[in-house]
Design a protein around this ligand. Structure first.
Ligand SMILES: Cc1cc2nc3c(=O)[nH]c(=O)nc-3n(C[C@H](O)[C@H](O)[C@H](O)COP(=O)(O)O)c2cc1C
Length: 295
């Protein structure tokens, strides 16, 4: 799969790969109303990844349904729509209700873990408040509320910016989430020493790419031991071996994010690489790899 926010609305990649070969497409997170996102610069490179603070720039649900969804519908692979709200859980419910009516939407991913949202009117309050993704009870409440209004596959996306990710995964599972995806970006910061200024305008942002892979693999492994619903693993997957690490740690599927910016064909190369690995190792079913870590 492709990770939310790193593959646009898929159309952007159609000249590079045959989109039909993907397992699923997860769209950039959409919100109820359009959002302009955070001020620039919003991204910078780091030693082994990138720092971003896009701030959920998106056209809003109605423009998305009108302008982006028709193209996505035609691709012929499961389309998973990532949704979020700046600060109102009710908006998740409204978004899910709207999407539930659309036949071609295969699933909904709840982005409860975006670390970049800043409310201009209440900057301090939002700064100090726990994000939903950092609180098991809030996660349970939100997932249950959304579950009530949709029959679609429901995926809860978890943040690594917590003390114990398994508590949040368990909350999502008890609220009847069909799967969890992890991890979102890691809170981080980078400084330009000449300017003595932060490299991105929002000062802190989310780190992604190979730098976070060992954190992501560890978290998938921890969550795998606690929950029964499937895990979609992501964080720093750049090639076949790094994707396979996630299956062995317990993921049933994997998603590629930042690597798409380096090589827009990487997803298909990894899919082919996994097929080759399975053939070479005489493995008939990838399911035998899931959680197959030997201790
Ligand atoms: C530029 C950029 C934008 C992102 N936007 C979103 C987003 O809109 N919603 C979301 O749930 N995750 C978003 N993410 C997080 C990714 O989906 C993914 O969880 C994370 O980057 C880890 O995977 P990776 O290391 O393969 O990139 C974004 C990541 C990047 C780099």
């Amino acid at each position: 799969m492709v990770a939310s926010g790193t593959f646009g609305y898929a159309e952007e990649f159609k000249d590079f790969i045959n989109l039909k070969q993907l397992g699923a497409i997860v769209t950039k997170t959409i919100t109820l109303k359009p959002r302009q996102g955070n001020p620039a610069p919003r991204t910078c490179e780091t030693a082994a990844g990138m720092l971003n603070s896009i701030g959920l720039e998106n056209p809003g649900i109605e423009k998305f349904i009108e302008g982006k969804l028709p193209v996505l519908k035609k691709i012929g692979v499961p389309i998973i729509i990532s949704i979020a709200s700046e600060n109102d859980p009710e908006e998740f419910v409204a978004l899910a209700k709207r999407l539930d009516k659309i036949k071609e939407v295969a699933g909904i991913e709840l982005n409860i873990s975006c670390p970049n949202i800043r409310s201009h009117s209440s900057l301090l309050m939002v700064h100090n408040a726990k994000l939903i993704s950092q609180d098991a009870d809030s996660t349970y409440g939100l997932v249950s509320a959304v579950r009530k209004v949709t029959q679609k596959i429901l995926i809860t996306k978890l943040s690594p910016n917590v003390t114990d990710i398994t508590e949040i995964a368990l909350a999502a599972e008890s609220a009847a989430s069909d799967a969890v995806s992890l991890i979102n970006t890691v809170n981080a910061m980078s400084i330009d020493i000449e300017e003595r200024a932060p490299k991105i305008a929002s000062i802190t942002g989310g780190l992604s790419g190979p730098a976070i892979r060992p954190i992501a693999v560890r978290m998938v492994w921890e969550v795998y031991q606690k929950i029964k619903i499937p895990i979609i693993g992501m964080g720093g997957i750049i090639d076949t071996p790094s994707a396979l690490e996630f299956f062995l740690a317990g993921a049933s599927a994997v998603a590629v994010g930042t690597a798409n910016f380096v090589n827009p064909r990487i997803t298909i190369e990894i899919i082919k690489g996994i097929e080759k690995y399975l053939k070479e190792n005489k493995i008939n079913d990838i399911k035998t790899l899931i959680g197959g870590l030997k201790i």
